[in-house]
Design a protein around this ligand. Structure first.
Ligand code: AMP
Ligand code: GLY
Length: 431
């Protein structure tokens, strides 16, 4: 089968590497791709927002499956338009993509189907929202309803901060995404990214990861798309995973079917594991980035068979298999990220890094200029390594980071700290 991947990040590089291993694959295409995907997939130039152009190209190249990396094309209905033309697409249609595209939709959905999540209110008027936060007090969480590139959430520790967030959202600080605001209870606990694949009827767990969203060491500074991750998340024991499937994923898949908008694709649940069990923070309708880099690096099952099964409503029997090894990825970002960055600085030494044991360098916002590799975005590389423990994966990943010569790049130095501390505590002799 010929496959087309849509996207250009580290996530899509990881998807390309995993799909390239499939026995069912004939040719692998990617649009637009990046310098890393060039070794496993053929890059094509295409305006993804032009759905009829995507359909025509798929027909021309006899594409049997389109795999959509980011959420925007899904929210724009690319899966609907491909399906209407008889082309299988991994990723939900526009209606089901509301699980990510509208926080208000998801909160109401959770209420209707008894899915555990933070208590909340939805507001389209500033005065009502302000009265609500004053009545509830801090800490409290203020969210713009629509897609805001991961920046539409303010976890307010004081009432003044909460009021300022409400005002800035209604004053247009987040564009159209802030026309409606969701305000919710602050959840305490440990955050985890949990993945499940679904064909609309059945769902299977697809491992877990822990992301590091803040830009700075010690989880400080502004939120980002993710500065590093590891998989699996230790808190996701078999029992906890089964509980999440039972209490959160299964009722979601059943509820979406009941609503006439079956969910086919990967359901990425951002969870808070607290004293009274798992609660849903948010859904995404695509793989996480950098979570995909670590989860897919550990995958042993055939990814193409799984994704095609989801798209066609016939997920293969059994559960996807993952290596018992840990994987950890460190994001190298251009200085200034998540604010404005300077593009065009040169990166050297990737070949040396990639030869180190267990290491894969996933490319993201980078481009080639002849033989030179140049930074071309915020998150530029995701340096990934496997190991027998998170500690080993971490030391291998940082050895690879240190082999890369890029003065314009920065990274966190503590990716995996929580898991490494846990491993240390467990290996201490008990007295
Ligand atoms: P979201 O975009 O909804 O994932 O929110 C971004 C981040 O804000 C999450 O990854 C959490 O760290 C934090 N967050 C969101 N909602 C809550 C909540 N109700 N309680 C505590 N933290 C939250
Ligand atoms: N790393 C979080 C996300 O992809 O949304």
């Amino acid at each position: 089968m010929n496959v087309l991947i849509i996207g250009s990040g580290g996530r899509e590089h990881a998807l390309a590497i995993a799909l390239a291993k499939s026995r069912s694959l004939t040719r692998l295409f990617i649009t637009p791709g990046n310098p890393g995907t060039a070794t496993v997939a053929e890059a094509i130039v295409l305006d993804v927002a032009d759905h009829s152009a995507v359909v025509s190209l798929c027909q021309l190249l006899s594409i049997g499956l389109v795999v959509v990396g980011p959420e925007a094309p899904l929210v724009a209905g690319i899966a609907d338009d491909l399906s209407a033309a008889g082309i299988a697409c991994f990723g939900p249609g526009r209606a089901a993509a509301q699980l990510e595209g509208s926080k208000g939709f998801t909160k109401d959905f959770c209420r209707d189907f008894g899915i555990p999540t933070a208590a909340y209110g939805r507001f389209d008027r500033m005065d009502a929202a302000l009265s609500f936060v004053r009545a509830k007090g801090a800490p409290i969480v203020v969210k713009a309803d629509g897609l805001a590139a991961g920046k539409g959430v303010v976890v307010a520790t004081t009432l003044a901060e909460a009021e300022a967030a409400v005002r800035s959202m209604f004053d247009g600080g987040f564009g159209a995404a802030g026309a409606e605001v969701v305000i919710e209870e602050f959840l305490e606990g440990e955050e985890v990214s949990f993945f499940a694949l679904s064909d609309g009827e059945r769902a299977v767990a697809f491992s877990s990861a822990q992301d590091h969203k803040r830009v700075g060491d010690g989880d400080t500074g502004p939120n980002t798309g993710g500065m590093g991750a590891y998989s699996p998340a230790a808190i996701m024991t078999q029992d906890m995973s089964a509980r999440v499937m039972r209490e959160i994923i299964a009722p979601t898949i059943a509820g979406m079917r009941k609503r006439g908008m079956p969910f086919r694709g990967v359901l990425f649940a951002g969870l808070m594991i607290g004293a009274d069990g798992p609660k849903l923070i948010e859904y995404n309708v695509r793989f996480g980035d950098p979570e995909a880099e670590v989860v897919l690096t550990r995958l042993e099952s055939d990814l193409l068979d799984l994704l095609f099964g989801c798209a066609r409503g016939c997920l293969p029997e059994g559960t996807p298999q993952f290596s018992n090894e840990a994987a950890l990825t460190v994001v190298l970002a251009a200085r200034g990220y998540p604010g404005a960055v300077i593009k065009g600085s040169e990166i050297r030494g990737i070949e040396v890094a990639a030869r180190l044991p267990g290491v894969t360098v996933h490319y993201a916002g980078a481009r080639r200029d002849g033989v030179r590799l140049l930074a071309d975005g915020g998150r530029v590389l995701a340096v990934t390594a496997t190991g027998k423990s998170v500690a080993q994966a971490q030391s291998r990943a940082y050895a690879a980071v240190d082999a890369i010569d890029w003065p314009g790049g920065v990274c966190r130095r503590d990716i995996g700290w929580r898991a490494v501390a846990r491993e240390r505590a467990h290996s201490l002799p008990r007295v």
